[in-house]
Design a protein around this ligand. Sequence first.
Ligand SMILES: [Zn+2]
Ligand SMILES: [Zn+2]
Length: 249
Amino acid sequence: MKAPIKGGPAEFEVRRQRALGLVGAEPMVSDLLEFLAVVWGYQQERASNAKVREATQLLTVPFDLDLVSDLIAREHEQATATLGPFAPLASPEVADGFFWSVAEAPIVEGAAAQATVPATWREGSCPICGALPKLSVIAEESGEFMAGAARYLICARCATAWGFGRATCPNCREHHPRWLGIFTNERWPWARVDSCETCKAYIKTFDLRLPGSREVVPLVDDVATLPLDLWAADRGFHAIGSVPSLDPT
Ligand SMILES: [Zn+2]
Ligand SMILES: [Zn+2]
């Protein structure tokens, strides 16, 4: 069973290609996309390392990352040394957090790529690793994938996609339309902010049924649509699955 969403668990090369394709089109974040393309290329290479592949076999659902913590620590050292000099990072703390996530992804996503998402799972956290969602995607319904659910959440840590209710806040489960808002920008009609007044959280949603979204790789286009996040932050909303990330400003 494979999620119909590009750039899923361990698909680093798909992300790298999309990032390079967006560099010229999105001047505001082109430096960041160029750097992330290097990062995804690096992760693709680490994913084929024998020790990393071995570690992906150790993780069974739910993931116990203590089992692979020594390897992640070594990968963190290597990622920092290799990529650090090129990173447009805001602060040492942000840089360090970012490199930890870079280091663990080939292991955690590699294991997630082999795991099976329970078809009935409709929680607000990842069924494979337990982390919060980074993004939400609306895709064509598929009889083969997740019992026809049309909205998926994408894990901030392992990129797994799982089904979730369309008009419900993944953070607090508010579902009254009065408290749920949508913000769009005409530049990316297929991307929007789904905000919740009840808990002041937001999640970015990509509607992959809309024209112009055919090439979208959600985890990459998330970076390209940064102004949507700025809009949400200006209004006091916080991202649900905030993980250490790069600040291009
Ligand atoms: Zn996960
Ligand atoms: Zn909420």
